[in-house]
Every structure is written in structure tokens, then in C-alpha cells.
Write a protein that binds this ligand. Structure first.
Ligand code: OXD
Ligand code: MN
Length: 598
């Protein structure tokens, strides 16, 4: 029998024997249950400050905020070391890394054995979703990192109440920092075993197991099995002057401004009419069909794990305001003179005397914008912050039913191909529109088109099973959603011949979202094009903007040659996914090509 340092929060035998087995393997000195109390969290923060794991920031300027630095070789999710270990490779598909589960368990066992010697194992029960709601799922993360515990306390609903809701279907997560050896770093999902194992990393996305590992990879697998959807989507509510609120979800690959859209500030023209925006989620949506036949969404998380660089008063004042208290900053720059933090883009000029994200004095003279390695904050530096502190958090954030969705928005970063917005003809076409999502790097100054990365529904790194079967699940869901949301694609990043962005973006994206909501309400006509329905240019409100109707026409133009080229790359990508791609996706592709060649 193992000895717990404090009261055990469950007597569930499956849980206890799993903890026993994991403890026998990792051999911690102590085992501590995390109860979610402020006293325990505060004691852990103090302990982490005493060892240097955390640095306490200025209590006046940033109350209850801390800085953490990861190892320099451990600063991002590592897709190359992330595995989906299903019994057969076919179940995981060609897009995921796969290894035979028995082989992977044996490999991991070696890495975990004795890895917690001299350390404490924390047992953290948590819920993704509001405890007690139909959506909620319970997990337990075992970790040897206080940083992980404190992040999970922000990002999930963790502690005693979650422990009370545990049953045998709980998701098992084991995390050990071990030697933080990148050559032996593994982030592994065993979907059939409800199990996540992460070793040799201390960085957010690899170790905050409730987030990508559970709420997307494992949950997408469970969603398919149980008839719901786990998606990499923000959830946003738009309040009209009459007080009604209409909700949309949006899936975007990284670097497309997803957190900014989730917390957008309405342009003046709408603000003065009384429009407001409410954030339900910035990263993950769990979606179920309601008894009214509509699709309902919850955000299973309790916090935001956002990218810091580029966040400022202009780009995202709501996110910035959220980080002003009870926040953990990871790999940002430190300003010892006043105990605050800084990152590129926070202010025009950096304060003097910064310590860079690696802990060394930063020399601004050596900073070169084009070379990210010279930055004071790591380009993927983060804030972990509480949703409840967000000024525009929705009052439905804690709702057990979630919110009904009128529109699903897909988007990517395309210099030329995708127009500002288009609507799919129906659910099947909408699934295709999501399946062909892509983002490309743009050499902005030269206007050159960069490399295209296909990222279906922004789920490429997060689908817990074969991508072809994931498309099939979307099609199947379409058959049971009687009143489905409309599906759109947007591109905020269209450039002119000189490579300048044409659309202002940020809060002005609301102008496009409002057109979508009008479509959903049947209040506005659209023009049928080769790729789907587009707005009449005059239906995009440009009042107060520095652009003309001609610019909107340009933003909506369809470059048939570029699209036909794109079709070739889509066909190659579908071939890469393999023979699980549903025939319906090829039918849509054929139709698109035919339309473009007409
Ligand atoms: C994230 C990501 O951190 O998508 O949200 O990478
Ligand atoms: Mn994400």
C-alpha cells in the first residue's frame, strides 16, 4: 500500500490501483492529492518560488502573477514526438505518428521507471467541462511538476469536486519531467485505454494534459464513439442592440488570430449602436446535438493558454486585461526593476534592463526583427490565465447546456486563394471546406506565396484517430443535426500585389461575422460562385473603414487558376490521408474542379 501525504479524495478502486501502479513505476518520495483549495495552491506557489521554478511578480502591478522559464530545448508542442497508439496503424491513420501500444508502453516504462525518485507525485483530479453537465468528462493527472499543477488549476475545474465525480471511465494522465531529454520526449495518447502519457517535457501543450491531449485527441476519439464532436474551435457570442445573443464557433490554424477573434472588440460603428461581444472559449469546443436539433457548444476549459507576443492594447485588450492578475507567464522577458514582464509587441519600445526568456540580460542593440532567436520573449511564450478574469467572458461560460451555434467558421492564412469569406452550400460541402483548410507562410514584403500546410479543421495535430474517419464523423454528424449551423470559410490575410494585407482584420472581422449571422437568420441574399456563396460586396459594412467597395470586390474575387492549382494539392493531401477519405470528399473536389473549369 502506498502512503499519501494528505487525505485521499476518492475510494474508487480502479483509480487507487492505477495510482499505485504508476507510483510503483515512477517511485516518488511522496504522493499528494490536489484538493483545489487556495491554501494548498498558495503553499505550492511558495515552494516553487523557493526553488526558482517560479518567480513572483510585482504584487501591486501584477497581483498573484508568476513567471516560469522552461528548459531552452522545451518551448513548444512537439508533433514529431506525439503519438496516437491505437491497436492498428490504420486506426491512427497516416497523418498521426503511430506505434504499437505494447511496444510504446514498454518503451515508456523504461523512461518512467524511477523518474520521480526524490520528488513528489501530485494527484490532480479535474473536470473538462462544468462538473455535472452532460458534456463534462473527468481526468486525473499524475505529475511531478508544481508548474503543471498550478497551470491545471487555472485551465481546468480541478480538486475535490472533480474527485467526487470520478467513475471508472476517467482519463488517466501520467506526466514526468524526468531528464527533459528531447531525444526521449514522448507525448502519447492511447485512445482505447483512456490513457495519456507524457515524459521528458515541462512545456505547456505537452504537459497540461487536460488541454490538447485530453480535450482534443482523446475527446475526438470519444466523440466519434459517442456521437458528439471535440473541435479546435473558439466560441464567440455577438449581442445585438435588442439584447439577443448569437453564437459562432471558429477553427483556425495557429498564427491566424484565433484568440483575438474570440475576444474581439466591436468597431466603433457597431459599439455605438449597442453591439457587444462575449467570449465563451478561445481554443476548444465540445459540441453536442440538443433536443431542439441544433448544435450546442461548451468550452471544456477554465482558462486561456495564450501566445503572449503580439498581444497588446490594440490587438487584444481583453486578453491583456485578463493577464493582469492570477496569471502564470511562461518564457516571457522579465523586468527586474519593477517585477513585471514584457514581450515583443506589448509596447513599441521595450523597457530598459530586461532579462530575456532564458534568464540572461537582453541587449536590445542585438535585436533583429527578422531573427526570432534575438527576441527578449520566446516567440511561443505564453500566459496561463483565468477565463473568469476576462472582461468579455460570457455569462454562459459556466452553463451546463452550453450555447446554440448559428455558424461554424473555418479559416486560414492565404495570400491569394481564399476570398475574405464564402459560405458552403450545405453540411457536406461545409465538411469539405473544413477538410481543405490550409495556411501558408507569406513573405509579406515581396508578396511571395509561401509553403502551404494543409490543416483540416485545424485538427491536423489533434485528431485522435484516422483523419479520413474524422471526415466521415463530420458527415455522419450532419445527418443527425436537424437544424445545422451554416458553415463558412474566411481569410483575413489576403494581400495585394505588394504583399500588404488588404483587410484591416482584428475587431473589424466582426463586420464579416455579422454578414454570416444575417445569412443564418435568412436576412440577406448571397451570390453563388464556383466555390460557394459569397456576399454581395455592398453587404459587407465598410462604414468607418479606410477601404472602398472596389477593395471588397477584390477581397471577394476568385482566382480560378490559383484555385485549380490548389485542387491539385488537395488531391495529393487526400491521397496522403489514404483510403479512409470518404467518397463524398472526392465528389466535392470533382465538383469544385468542374465549376472552376466551366
Ligand atoms: C495552442 C495551439 O497552443 O493550437 O492552442 O498550438
Ligand atoms: Mn490551439
Amino acid at each position: 500500500m502506498i502512503k499519501y501525504e494528505n487525505a485521499c479524495l476518492t475510494d474508487n478502486k480502479t483509480v487507487l490501483s492505477w495510482i499505485e501502479e504508476m507510483a510503483a513505476m515512477t517511485q516518488p518520495d511522496k504522493i499528494v492529492w490536489i484538493d483545489g483549495s487556495e491554501e494548498q495552491a498558495e503553499a505550492l506557489r511558495k515552494e516553487a518560488c523557493s526553488t526558482g521554478e517560479l518567480i513572483k511578480l510585482n504584487e501591486e502591478l501584477l497581483p498573484d502573477c508568476y513567471l516560469h522559464r522552461t528548459a531552452v530545448n522545451d518551448v513548444a508542442r512537439v508533433e514529431s514526438r506525439t503519438f496516437i497508439c491505437t491497436p492498428t496503424k490504420e486506426e491512427a491513420g497516416n497523418i498521426n505518428n503511430w506505434m504499437d501500444p505494447a511496444e510504446m508502453y514498454a518503451k515508456l516504462k523504461k523512461l518512467y521507471t524511477g523518474s520521480m525518485k526524490g520528488k513528489t507525485m501530485y494527484v490532480l483530479p479535474y473536470s473538462m467541462g462544468v462538473i455535472g453537465s452532460d458534456f463534462a468528462k473527468i481526468g486525473i493527472e499524475l505529475t511531478d511538476s508544481i508548474y503543471v499543477v498550478l497551470n491545471m488549476l487555472i485551465m481546468t475545474r480541478a480538486g475535490k469536486k472533480a474527485a467526487e465525480a470520478i467513475d471508472d471511465s476517467f482519463i488517466r494522465g501520467l506526466h514526468a519531467v524526468a531528464d527533459c531529454d528531447p531525444e526521449n520526449r514522448y507525448i502519447v495518447q492511447f485512445p482505447q485505454d483512456n490513457t495519456i502519457m507524457s515524459v521528458n517535457s515541462g512545456y505547456g501543450g505537452n504537459v497540461i494534459l487536460g488541454k490538447k491531449c485530453f480535450a482534443l485527441r482523446i475527446a475526438s476519439y470519444l466523440g466519434r464513439k459517442e456521437g458528439w464532436m471535440a473541435e479546435h474551435m473558439l466560441i464567440l457570442g455577438i449581442e445585438y442592440p435588442d439584447g439577443s445573443i448569437h453564437y459562432v464557433t471558429g477553427a483556425f490554424p495557429s498564427a491566424c488570430g484565433k484568440t483575438n477573434l474570440a475576444m474581439l472588440v466591436p468597431p466603433e460603428v457597431y459599439k455605438k449602436q449597442g453591439y457587444k461581444v462575449w467570449t465563451v472559449g478561445d481554443d476548444i469546443a465540445w459540441l453536442r446535438v440538443g433536443s431542439d436539433g441544433r448544435l450546442w457548444a461548451v468550452n471544456p476549459e477554465a482558462g486561456f493558454f495564450g501566445v503572449a507576443p503580439g498581444t497588446n492594447e490594440h490587438s487584444n485588450p481583453n486578453a491583456l486585461a485578463t493577464t493582469k492578475k492570477e496569471t502564470i507567464f511562461t518564457n516571457v522577458a522579465y523586468h527586474p526593476a519593477d517585477g513585471t514582464v514584457w514581450w515583443e509587441g506589448l509596447t513599441k519600445e521595450p523597457p530598459e534592463g530586461l532579462i530575456d526568456w532564458t534568464g540572461k540580460p537582453w541587449d536590445p542593440a542585438k535585436y533583429n526583427k527578422a531573427d526570432k532567436t534575438t527576441a527578449a520573449a520566446h516567440p511561443n511564450s505564453r500566459f496561463t490565465t483565468m477565463a473568469k478574469n476576462c472582461p468579455c467572458i460570457s455569462d454562459k461560460f459556466d452553463s451546463v447546456t452550453g450555447v446554440p451555434i448559428d455558424c461554424i467558421i473555418f479559416g486560414g492564412r492565404r495570400a491569394r486563394t481564399a476570398p475574405l469569406v464564402y459560405q458552403s452550400r450545405d453540411w457536406q460541402h461545409g465538411t469539405f471546406v473544413g477538410a481543405i483548410m490550409a495556411s501558408e507562410t507569406t513573405a509579406a514584403a515581396a508578396g511571395a506565396v509561401g509553403v502551404v500546410r494543409r490543416d483540416p479543421m485545424a485538427m491536423r495535430p489533434f485528431a485522435g484517430y484516422n483523419m479520413g474517419d474524422y471526415f466521415r464523423h463530420w458527415l455522419d454528424m450532419g445527418k443527425v443535426i436537424k437544424n445545422p449551423p451554416l458553415i463558412f470559410n474566411v481569410n483575413w490575410f489576403r494581400t495585394d500585389a505588394e504583399g500588404h494585407f488588404i483587410w484591416p482584420g482584428f475587431g473589424d472581422n466582426m463586420r464579416v461575422v455579422l454578414w454570416m449571422l444575417k445569412r443564418a437568420a435568412g436576412e440577406v441574399d448571397a451570390v453563388e460562385t464556383e466555390i460557394g456563396y459569397e456576399p454581395k460586396p455592398e453587404d459587407i459594412n465598410i462604414e468607418g473603414l479606410d477601404i472602398t467597395l472596389d477593395t471588397v470586390k477584390e477581397l471577394l474575387s476568385v482566382d480560378k487558376e490559383a484555385w485549380l492549382e490548389d485542387c491539385k494539392s488537395i488531391r495529393e493531401f487526400f491521397a496522403q490521408i489514404g483510403d479512409h477519405v470518404p467518397q463524398e470528399m472526392y465528389d466535392e473536389l470533382d465538383k469544385l474542379e468542374k465549376n472552376l473549369k466551366k
